[in-house]
Write a protein that binds this ligand. Structure first.
Ligand SMILES: Nc1ncnc2c1ncn2[C@@H]1O[C@H](COP(=O)(O)OP(=O)(O)OP(=O)(O)O)[C@@H](O)[C@H]1O
Ligand SMILES: [Mg+2]
Length: 365
């Protein structure tokens, strides 16, 4: 899919305007605080209505105004489509192809995008919870049912943990643990199975992109790390058995700590560059490149799933990257419409196939 036009009225600091992006790379450049990220935020809102900045809806409305309106025309599912979102009084009105919709969820089927924002660097830098969120939101996009499985797993986990704390004081309750364990392992095995298969799809594409970004000097590996030794190729039943076995072994520890120490809620995936953990050894530019490779790979997996190439939104990616890496992002990403924001774009950098937009005090020219 690609966006043909984008219109906004009373949107944050942006001056009312209609822009027509190109089908390949679009670069929004300008000084700090001019409105570049706001443009990407508008695009992302068409994916289902939430800001990647985590902002509340009333914050989109320009200071002193009563409503904000954004509109996009885009080519997707072999036809021209149109979506409009109006933010008014903490309410949101969504109109798709002239038809009013009750919820913005209906946008998800129409408009696909993948976003990189500087906060995504936590994927490499921080602890495992950001990585689990990334992978779980990906598997939920693949199958809506996975969201239900994850939520039931978390409920079961909470109940098991509550019981563990009770057992510490009332050891006679110990036998009741088995009731939860079976449910926990069966739901957990489903989650681990889906995650392993997603990582398998993601990792080969991420490796290719990373070779591209690093001019063939760095091998990127994404390796799922399961605390019950589950691995890609195991059936769901095999994972269930491994999980059950490890859970049994950790029963004593679990009772002592009052927590469940085994399960997908404690799993992680490792991001490895040239054989070493990126979190520990990678430079800033390498970390950024690895996250970008992950995001671009995410776009590939999504396009296989939906049959449409998502739009790629890259907020402030170019900083910390050397010329070769910048050149890859500006000129070598094929098959996708890309929107990039950056403070500086030198003339000699040469955007071969793209369109440039200067963003100044909310004006886009
Ligand atoms: N509701 C609003 N009404 C008016 N202005 C707003 C509103 N919300 C945010 N702004 C302003 O929009 C400006 C531009 O924000 P934006 O994040 O798009 O900047 P940017 O060009 O991406 O800058 P940087 O290069 O620093 O990332 C900010 O100065 C912010 O104060
Ligand atoms: Mg910005």
């Amino acid at each position: 899919m690609y966006v043909r036009s984008l219109e906004f009225k009373n949107y944050r600091n942006l001056v009312d305007n209609k822009i027509e992006p190109g089908e390949k790379i679009n670069v929004f450049y300008g000084n700090n605080a001019q409105g570049k990220t706001n443009v990407l935020e508008v695009l992302w809102l068409f994916c289902g209505g939430h800001s990647f900045k985590g902002a509340k809806e009333n914050e989109f409305i320009k200071f002193g105004e009563k409503f904000a309106k954004i509109k996009a025309t885009f080519f997707s599912q072999n036809r021209e489509q149109e979506a409009e979102i109006i933010f008014n009084n903490n309410r949101k009105e969504v109109v798709i192809n002239g038809v009013k919709k009750n919820s913005s969820a209906s946008l998800i089927e129409k408009f696909n995008a993948v976003v990189f924002s500087p906060e995504d660097l936590t994927l490499v830098k921080r602890g495992p919870s950001a990585r689990r969120r990334f992978i779980d939101s990906a598997i939920c996009r693949e199958k809506l049912r996975n969201a239900i499985v994850i939520s039931k797993y978390n409920q079961t986990l909470n109940q098991r943990n509550a019981l563990l704390k009770d057992i510490y004081r009332h050891p006679e309750l110990r036998d009741t643990l088995d009731i939860w364990d079976d449910t926990l392992c069966s739901l957990g095995a489903k989650i681990i199975f889906q995650r392993l298969s997603y990582i398998d799809k993601l990792s080969s594409d991420a490796e290719k992109y990373h070779y591209g970004i690093s001019d063939n000097t760095e091998k990127l590996q994404i390796v799922y790390s399961s605390n019950c030794s589950a691995k890609f190729g195991d059936s769901e039943q095999e994972i269930f058995e491994k999980f059950s076995e490890y859970l049994k072994k950790s029963k004593k520890d679990d009772i002592q700590s009052g927590l469940t120490n085994i399960g997908p809620h404690r799993d992680d995936f490792n991001i490895i560059i040239n054989g070493r953990k990126a979190k520990v050894f990678a430079s800033q530019g390498q970390q950024r490149s690895a996250v970008l490779s992950l995001k671009l790979a995410e776009a590939n997996v999504l396009s296989e799933l939906t049959g449409e190439n998502p739009v790629i939104l890259l907020d402030d990616v170019l900083s910390e990257l050397d010329n070769k890496r910048r050149d890859f992002l500006l000129n070598k990403i094929k098959n996708y419409q890309v929107f990039i924001t950056t403070c500086e774009l030198s003339e000699e950098e040469g955007l071969k196939n793209g369109k440039k937009f200067l963003v100044k005090e909310g004006n886009i020219t």
